[in-house]
Design a protein around this ligand. Structure first.
Ligand SMILES: Cc1ncc(COP(=O)(O)O)c(C=O)c1O
Length: 403
């Protein structure tokens, strides 16, 4: 064990008893380089963050420029900060017109919290609705919406009341009534094992929210900024939410989240009382500068369309493995789930694939599903490398399963 690994294990709070524990010394493009001289293909992009891959020159240059002008100068919302204002304006022009008032946060979970507060204050209602399998972050409010009861139970009581509805079930939407302030939904669920609902479901949900005066909140923390083959996943459904939540790729590799909606919804947080929702570091100048450079690159280089194309290639190569252990390959753009028939096999497959130099992981709420979310600019030859590693990993996992 190296000195750093020892410090990591001894002093850093651990989130599980089996961290991947790679000692990263450098990252470039789709590749991570470790202290033992190995390199790993990053097929999860820091869980959906590094849309441009690692160390993109446009992002590094923007960070360097901003760093030399200034870092933090004031809590969010008091001073005019160029990178914040320009990123907000750019997002507002790319989003549907009703989503053009933007509140920046530090993270996805914090943006979910802000969207819940805005919805409750705007509607004067308390109840919330969310879906089974959902993941919206781990702060107490966001956790209240989590679709897996095992993660909620140790921390109860959380926010309430929350209706937990079956994802994709049109019939269940009747439970949303005029006591519900907001329905929070991932337009495509990731941690639930990559689930894509029908357009009919999404339009029925929009209709039900309109009938009951309930706000519809799309959590596009993972799906936003090109990952699903379009800039925002809402484009797949033709349904516009009342609030959109973003994070992950939004900061170009630095921490940044945001929620956006109509003036009268987001504006409710600025009065009665004023400063009723504030954050010190939200919309950090450096994060916004990096995020703006990343967003311009994603748009100018047509990366959403590229994600759609290379995602199709990745899914076709996975299917061509013809592994009997794989029950299904699902996905859209570069958010892909490989659903195994057994959780044990899926875990062996992940470990063996990582051993062969390709980083993948399983999903939080579906233990048979392995998730792939590579950088949007991942090269076709890198996909070929990953598939070769996975073929060997499947073989090794089979041997272990028979032992
Ligand atoms: C869909 C979704 N929402 C919210 C979050 C929480 O974001 P963060 O980890 O930045 O708080 C995540 C994180 O994985 C996510 O995938």
């Amino acid at each position: 064990m190296t000195e750093l690994s020892d410090l990591f294990r001894r002093y850093l709070a651990q989130t599980s008893d089996s961290p991947i524990g790679l000692e990263i010394v450098r990252a470039e493009g789709s590749w991570l380089y470790t202290a033992d001289g190995r390199r790993y293909l990053d097929l999860i992009a820091g869980i959906g963050v590094s849309a441009l891959g690692h160390g993109h020159p446009a992002v590094l240059e923007a960070i360097e420029r901003q760093m030399r002008r200034h870092l933090h100068v004031m809590v969010y919302g008091e001073y005019v900060i160029e990178s914040q204002a320009r990123l907000a304006a750019r997002l507002a022009h790319l989003l549907p017109p009703s989503l053009s008032r933007i509140y920046f946060t530090n993270s996805g979970a914090e943006a979910i919290e802000g969207s819940i507060k805005a919805a409750r204050k705007f509607t004067g209602r308390r109840a919330l609705a969310a879906f089974d399998g959902a993941y919206h972050g781990d702060t107490a409010g966001a956790l209240s919406l989590a679709g897996n009861p095992a993660f909620r139970a140790p921390f109860a009581p959380l926010l309430g009341p929350v209706l937990h509805l079956p994802y994709g079930d049109i019939g269940a939407l009747a439970a949303i009534d005029s006591s519900v302030a907001a329905v929070v939904i991932e337009p495509i669920q990731a941690e639930a094992g990559v689930r894509i609902p029908s357009t009919a479901f999404m339009s029925a949900l929009r209709d039900r929210c309109d009938q009951t005066g309930t706000l519809l909140i799309f959590d596009e923390v993972l799906t936003g900024l090109g990952r699903t083959g379009v800039l925002f996943a809402l484009e797949h459904f033709g349904a516009v939410p009342d609030i959109i939540v973003m994070a992950k790729a939004l900061g170009g590799g630095l921490p940044l989240g945001a929620f956006a909606g109509r003036d009268e919804i987001i504006g409710t947080l600025s009065h009665d009382p004023p400063l009723g929702h504030i954050t010190t570091f939200g919309g950090h100048p450096l994060s916004c500068a990096a995020g703006l450079a990343a967003l311009e690159t994603i748009v100018n280089e047509g990366l959403p369309a590229r994600a759609a194309k290379i995602g199709e290639y990745l899914r076709s190569r996975l299917l061509a493995l013809k592994a009997p252990e794989i029950a299904a390959v699902r996905g859209i753009g570069l958010l892909v789930g490989v659903d195994f028939r057994s959780a044990d096999f899926a875990h062996r497959f992940v470990a063996e694939t990582i051993r062969r130099g390709v980083i993948i992981n399983w999903t939080l709420n579906a233990d048979t599903v392995v998730r792939l979310a590579p950088p949007l600019a991942v090269a076709e030859k890198d996909i070929d490398f990953a598939i070769a590693a996975m073929r060997d990993a499947l073989e090794e996992a089979r041997i272990q399963s028979r032992a």
